[in-house]
Design a protein around this ligand. Structure first.
Ligand SMILES: Cc1cc2nc3c(=O)[nH]c(=O)nc-3n(C[C@H](O)[C@H](O)[C@H](O)COP(=O)(O)OP(=O)(O)OC[C@H]3O[C@@H](n4cnc5c(N)ncnc54)[C@H](O)[C@@H]3O)c2cc1C
Length: 307
């Protein structure tokens, strides 16, 4: 086996990447974690997490991310602020491009997560002017105002409830006639006076002079359209995988998430995919850290078998 810079490189410092880093550092592997932005991943924009075990009262997403980061650093994990822009993968050496720089590794754990899916109804024009994907970041700007929230899963319902701490009213627009969110979240949303549900509906556009003023909605069953006067539009309709750097090197599912087996190994030996970027039925912190523990141990075995 040719010499490489690292035994294991991990891409992404969300819950999955940090967990893989904790396991690999404790196994005394020669490991590097690369993160292009602030460590913590999506949880640092999550107001409150109450379904991750070990925190009976719940914990803010930011604090949970910070604790994971401190734990990984305390165990000696090397973390570098760099973006992986491209790669060449072979069963032997994996070469990563970080802009102008390159580095090589025997095994790779991809924990690059996912980003919010866009509505694609012209909302780009209103980014930072009423359209947001992050209630924790932007809710205070909408104090005593009216906003629209779009989506029906856990994130949409949980974040819509959080918005009601600031705004006067939230219209929650969902394309179906029932929510997908966990029952406990549904109960809280249904008993919240500030949330009005707009069922069987999708957002078709928005307009406004300086920022969002009107959100246009269509009922998918009746085709009836209406306009909701709102100062903001928060969008939580799912995610797309962060895989731009892959350049067709791995097998993906039909939505572009990376396929992996029960060891979290992808179509290229020694390359593992974990957390939200993986083809998985549930994208949560608990599942991300579970994937990562498996992948780190699998990577260790992969390297042992190379020797
Ligand atoms: C608003 C909101 C609320 C949520 N609430 C909950 C909740 O209450 N409970 C729960 O369990 N889950 C919740 N989730 C889901 C949870 O946050 C995700 O499942 C989890 O963060 C996935 O972890 P991950 O490490 O796989 O990916 P991410 O958290 O997406 O982390 C991926 C990291 O990789 C980095 N990265 C991406 N591409 C590159 C690259 N090319 N080079 C270097 N770095 C890169 C990113 O910057 C990011 O830091 C919520 C999500 C959102 C958005």
């Amino acid at each position: 086996m040719p010499q490489t810079d690292y035994d294991i490189v991990i891409i992404g410092a969300g819950p999955a990447g940090l967990t893989a880093g904790i396991y690999a550092a404790r196994a005394r592997m020669n490991v590097l974690l690369l993160e292009k932005a602030a460590p913590g991943g999506q949880i640092i924009i999550t107001d409150w997490v109450e379904n991750y075990p070990g925190f009976p009262e719940g914990i803010s997403g930011y604090d949970l991310g910070e604790k994971m980061l401190i734990q990984a650093k305390n165990l000696g994990l090397e973390i570098s602020t760099e973006e992986v822009t491209a790669m060449e993968l072979s069963p032997g050496v994996k070469t990563l491009h970080l802009g102008e720089k390159t580095l090589t590794t025997k095994s790779l754990i991809i924990a690059s997560g996912a980003s919010p899916k866009k509505l694609n109804v012209g909302e780009e024009k209103f980014m930072g002017k009423g359209v947001s994907f992050c209630a924790t970041c932007d809710a205070p700007f909408f104090r005593d105002k009216t906003v629209v929230a779009v989506g029906g899963g856990d994130t949409a319902v949980q974040e819509a409830i959080f918005l009601t701490k600031f705004v006067n009213k939230v219209y929650l627009i969902h394309r179906r006639d029932e929510l997908r969110a966990t029952k406990i979240l549904q109960e809280r949303a249904f008993s919240n006076d500030k949330i009005e549900f707009v069922w069987d509906s999708v957002v078709t556009g928005m307009d406004g002079f300086f920022g969002v003023e009107n959100v246009h909605v269509k009922n998918v069953k009746t085709d009836e359209t209406k306009t909701i006067k709102a100062d903001g539009c928060f969008v939580w309709i799912g995610t797309v995988p962060n895989t731009d750097f892959l350049t067709n090197s791995l097998e993906l599912d039909e939505w572009g998430f990376i396929k992996a087996d029960k060891h979290m190994e992808t179509s290229v030996p020694g390359v593992f995919a974990v957390g939200d970027v993986r083809d998985t039925p549930l994208r949560q912190i608990a599942t991300a850290v579970g994937d990562a523990a498996i992948a780190a141990v699998s990577a260790e075995h992969f390297i042992e078998n190379l020797a």
